[in-house]
Design a protein around this ligand. Structure first.
Ligand code: HEC
Length: 117
């Protein structure tokens, strides 16, 4: 019986990450935005554009500071403000640019709609 209750309790809260937006704090614009998540998009984005330099597993960081890694969702949450500034505002990360406009738009959506402070 205890086990069943624990399972039910978990079922109500499939994610224990406090980083995911609560329904009532989510901007209304997110309702019509593409449903981008870490799993279906952002993980791949950071792999394609950032982890050549920003990964704990990379052999050559090309000057990217130690510890500024985007391997996991937790890493990215820690750096979200700076990612916003460097990739979407200053547009000087990744070094050399080259991010497709569509990916910039999806990054904006993802930061606004899936992540929260
Ligand atoms: C070719 C290597 C390279 C790639 C690819 C790269 N970076 Fe960097 N990154 C650097 C270097 C070098 C620095 C340190 C110098 C600086 O801050 O400009 C840095 C620093 C940073 C910092 C920490 C400094 C700060 O402003 O807080 C962030 C955040 C960052 N990069 C984000 C990104 C993101 C997001 C991507 C992918 C969209 C990315 N970088 C891709 C090389 C890279």
């Amino acid at each position: 019986m205890t086990v069943l209750l624990l399972m039910l309790a978990c079922g109500e809260h499939p994610s224990t990450q406090d980083s995911l937006l609560e329904a009532d704090t989510r901007p209304e614009s997110c309702d019509s935005a593409p449903p981008v998540t870490w799993a279906n998009w952002a993980d791949g984005f950071f792999s394609s554009y950032c982890r050549a330099c920003h990964s704990s597993g990379t052999a050559e960081r090309y000057g990217a500071p130690e510890g500024v890694d985007f391997d996991t969702l937790a890493d990215v949450i820690q750096w979200r403000e700076r990612i916003q500034v460097r990739t979407l505002e200053a547009e000087d990360m990744p070094v050399g640019g080259g991010v497709y406009d569509e990916d910039l738009e999806l990054l904006q959506v993802w930061l606004e709609c899936e992540l929260v402070d």
